[in-house]
Design a binder for this molecule. Structure first.
Ligand code: PLP
Length: 450
């Protein structure tokens, strides 16, 4: 390649052949998930009632590398992977910064985000184990659409519980799911006991990710040959996403760069985990000296204001307890436009890394976020997902700091998806009608050893 190439491509043969498991390299084992009844470490056997067996094994594995099955590699080629790494020449020029900025572009596949990297793997293991239907939840619809596409690819049915507010506001994602052959319900729905109970109390319940998770789990345990699938938070989800970071390592080798700052957004932690954990493994071994920066919404400040404690993953309290940074499982997420960042908790892996000072985190209000997204669109062409615009806010501020201090830092970030189904939010921003939301009141569950 020449020094001015904008995009750095890899061959399809360069798709990583193994997923990287950070659990092998953490200074200590992660606190285990607890059984909500006994408060003892949950028996993995019990988890196989809702998840495919192989995924449960991956969840608790401490093997450093896990081979990617040939059928999943083929699905990654189909997607297609590898995705390009871009040098942000346009943004650098606009900011007049000496920093060199690179971003991984995960919006190029048909679902438009990083989520198919785990959706395809999860659909594969379920199909292999004889499962016929996958149930899941979705907020703004990115996960539901990725899983619907993956289910179609592996010949499975999918039932998706979509947060009611988004179901009404974002019909585009629902249409995508149905076109890929999935069934999409507005959540809370009439199709589960939990949903019926909530609708009876309030027929206009706007729903939440926590409620939709409870409905999808109930669906899995009450239907034959149905398993549940989660799009973020859990260790096996972050594991599958490490194809992103491993590709970036190869792409940076081609341009002979070493990152100083590694940035991403965090909803449940999967895209930033997948992007950054291969680098984090090197940092933990003393082989890389870089800052790791996670960006979240000021309206859902789970890692900047949350507490590190055991909490439920869902509102109906069906999941095991996870030790994580959380705002409490009944946190009322304000209706910010970055739907993927509206979740009360955070991946136990990312929570651990932030809590122990290996990663920093920052929270931004959405007006500042959309300003960054708009600058990016005008300089790089890509209209980023509102989630991705969170880290772009940090990157812009950091690049300006480099200018002030005359520093040539290498900043890399994960551009997790496109914003082409979030245009109504850009419309509000463009016409000065976008509002900011304060974080809501929150209280912590009084569960296990705080
Ligand atoms: C779902 C989503 C996110 C947030 O979820 P993570 O699990 O934290 O990655 C971020 N960006 C996009 C484009 C998404 O679809």
């Amino acid at each position: 390649m020449t020094s001015k190439d904008r995009a750095i491509f890899l061959d399809q043969d360069d798709i990583p052949k193994r997923w990287y498991n950070i659990q092998a390299d953490l200074p200590e084992p992660l606190p285990p998930p607890l059984d909500p009844e006994t408060h003892q470490p949950v028996n993995p056997e019990k988890l196989t009632r809702i998840f495919a067996k192989e995924l449960v094994l991956q969840e608790v594995s401490r093997e450093r590398y896990i081979d990617i099955p040939e059928d999943v590699l083929e699905a990654y080629r189909w997607l297609p992977r590898p995705s390009p790494l871009y040098r942000a020449y346009g943004l650098e020029k606009f900011l007049k910064t000496p920093a060199r900025i690179y971003y991984k572009w995960e919006g190029v596949n048909p679902a438009g985000s990083h989520k198919p990297n785990t959706a395809l793997a999860q659909a594969y293991y379920n199909a292999k184990e004889g499962v016929e239907t996958l149930s899941t939840e979705t907020g703004a619809g990115q996960w539901g659409s990725a899983l619907s596409m993956a289910a179609a690819y592996f010949g499975l049915k999918a039932r998706v519980y979509m947060v009611s507010a988004s179901y009404r506001q974002k019909p585009g994602r629902k249409i995508m799911m149905e076109t890929w052959g999935a069934t999409c319900y507005s959540s809370p729905s009439e199709y589960t006991e939990y949903g019926r109970r909530l609708l009876k109390e309030n027929p206009d319940n706007p729903g939440s990710l926590g409620i939709a998770i409870s409905e999808a789990i109930e669906d899995a345990v009450t239907h034959e040959n149905t398993k549940y699938s989660l799009g973020s938070v859990l260790n096996h989800v972050l594991l599958h996403q490490t194809v992103i970071g491993q590709e970036v390592e190869k792409q940076l080798e081609i341009v002979d760069e070493v990152p100083d700052v590694i940035v991403g957004n965090i909803g449940g932690g999967s895209n930033f985990g997948g992007f950054s954990l291969p680098f984090m493994g090197k940092k933990l071994k003393g082989k890389l000296d870089a800052r790791f920066v996670a960006c979240e919404s000021a309206a859902v400040p789970h890692t900047t204001k949350g507490k590190y404690t055991y909490d439920f993953g869902d509102t109906g309290h069906l999941t095991p307890l996870l030790k994580m940074l959380t705002l409490g499982s009944d946190y009322k997420n304000p209706p910010i436009h970055a739907g993927g960042l509206r979740y009360h908790g955070m991946s136990p892996i990312i929570s651990y890394l932030i809590k122990n000072g290996h990663m920093e985190s920052y929270a931004y209000p959405q007006t500042a976020v959309f300003e960054a997204g708009t600058i990016f669109a005008r300089t790089e062409g890509i209209i980023p997902a509102p989630e991705s615009a969170h880290e772009i806010r940090f990157v812009i501020d950091e690049a300006l700091r480099c200018k002030k201090e005359g520093k040539e830092e290498v900043i890399i970030f994960n551009n997790s998806g496109h914003g082409l189904l979030d245009l109504a939010a850009y419309d509000l921003y463009n016409h000065n009608k976008l509002e900011d939301w304060e974080p809501q009141e929150f209280s912590y569950p009084n569960l296990v050893n705080g």
